[in-house]
Design a protein around this ligand. Structure first.
Ligand code: PEP
Ligand code: MN
Length: 350
């Protein structure tokens, strides 16, 4: 049960309602950001209790949500949600959005060259990590704040919105000022402090599936962000750990229709981190379009042999251009198209 409260409700009235629900044996979590506030009950609530709650002062409406999920559930919101970046680009809905770029921000020159090539091929978002969560402490850890500044410069120069990973709740503010979308990576999917902090930033969030996480755990992670009142959440399937070492991870394409049946949130696919192999990126990207995903996150690097991170899975600009040409044909076959080009960020800032 989700209790949507009146928009002008006073804090004391929210406390009173919470106490009333508590006295009736319901533990309700205050969610949202006042626009509106919501009380989300953990338990399933019998119809007669819902009717009683509906009549309490300060309650605007009560939504019965029969499954496990609450704010991410299609029972709460039957229509698919869309996430809109600052330049007006919409993720979810009709258009298919491609985010592409280097795994890590390495230099201004590399970032600009990659941005220009992926944009020319039809990408609408630039990806790149300033903070890299690396398995080995001896691997390149990213340029940190200097990398974040390069992303900010590049989005202003190229006009492409930027998605970048945040690994520490303390860096959310810095990255929220320098990027258009904050990525929570596979290794942090259950970092609940981080999920709440990116939620509170109000920025669009790209939430990757933990490589050992069930779909249920992934959606509950999304609920942490949604509970803060931030509805701008996009899910990203990036492969799960299986027994076969032929690929780095196993892309779970079935996750897309499974999640879409349960949840209204957009879902994109990362064929690069799932396979870890350049030769598999194109076929998996085409599968994403056919299976109903809302977009892609793809590693592209102009000199993959010299890449500081994940060079084995990076496409060259030429390979990415070829992928985009095939992608357009697969999208057309399923009556879809790439998202329409958006106004550059810098034009909106002027
Ligand atoms: C990435 O996208 O750069 C990344 C580290 O991905 P993942 O969290 O899926 O490994
Ligand atoms: Mn990577």
């Amino acid at each position: 049960m989700i209790v949507v409260l009146d928009r002008d409700i006073a804090r004391a009235d929210i406390d009173r309602l919470t106490e009333d629900l508590g006295a009736a044996g319901l533990s309700a979590k205050l969610s949202g950001n006042g626009d509106p506030w919501m009380l989300v009950a953990a338990e399933q609530v019998p119809g007669r209790v819902r009717q009683w709650v509906r009549e309490l002062p300060g309650v605007s409406r009560v939504v019965d949500v029969p499954g496990k999920f609450r704010l991410s559930s299609r029972d709460f919101q039957p229509e698919s949600s869309t996430v809109t970046l600052d330049n007006g680009l919409t993720i979810g809905g009709t258009g298919f959005v491609v985010a592409a770029g280097p795994c890590a921000v390495e230099s201004a020159e590399l970032l600009s060259a990659t941005a220009d090539s992926v944009r020319a091929a039809g990408a609408e978002v630039l990806r790149g990590g300033a903070y890299k969560p690396r398995t080995s402490p001896y691997s390149f850890q990213g340029l940190g704040p200097a990398g974040a500044d390069l992303l900010d410069q590049e989005r202003k120069r190229s006009g492409l919105p930027v998605v970048t990973e945040v690994v520490d709740p303390g860096d959310v503010e810095l990255l929220a000022d320098r990027a258009d979308m904050l990525q929570v990576g596979t290794r942090n999917m259950q970092n609940f402090a981080l999920l709440s902090e990116v939620g509170r930033s109000g920025k669009p969030v790209l939430l990757k599936r933990g490589f050992a996480a069930t779909i249920e755990e992934w959606l509950f992670a999304a609920e942490y962000v949604l509970s803060t009142g931030n509805t701008q959440v996009v899910l990203c399937e990036r492969g799960i750990r299986s027994y076969d070492p032929s690929t780095r991870f196993t892309l779970d394409v079935s996750a897309v229709p499974v999640v879409k049946a349960l949840s209204h949130l957009p879902v994109i696919i990362d064929p690069s981190h799932s396979s870890g192999r350049r030769d598999l990126v194109k076929p998996l990207a085409l599968a994403a379009a056919a299976v109903g995903a809302d977009g892609l996150l793809v590693d592209v690097h102009p000199e993959s042999a010299a890449a500081l991170c994940d060079g084995d899975q990076a496409l060259s600009p030429e390979e990415f251009t070829d992928l985009m040409a095939s992608l357009r044909r697969v999208l057309a076959a399923v009556d879809r198209t790439l998202a329409r080009p958006c106004e550059p960020l810098r034009a909106r800032e002027a």
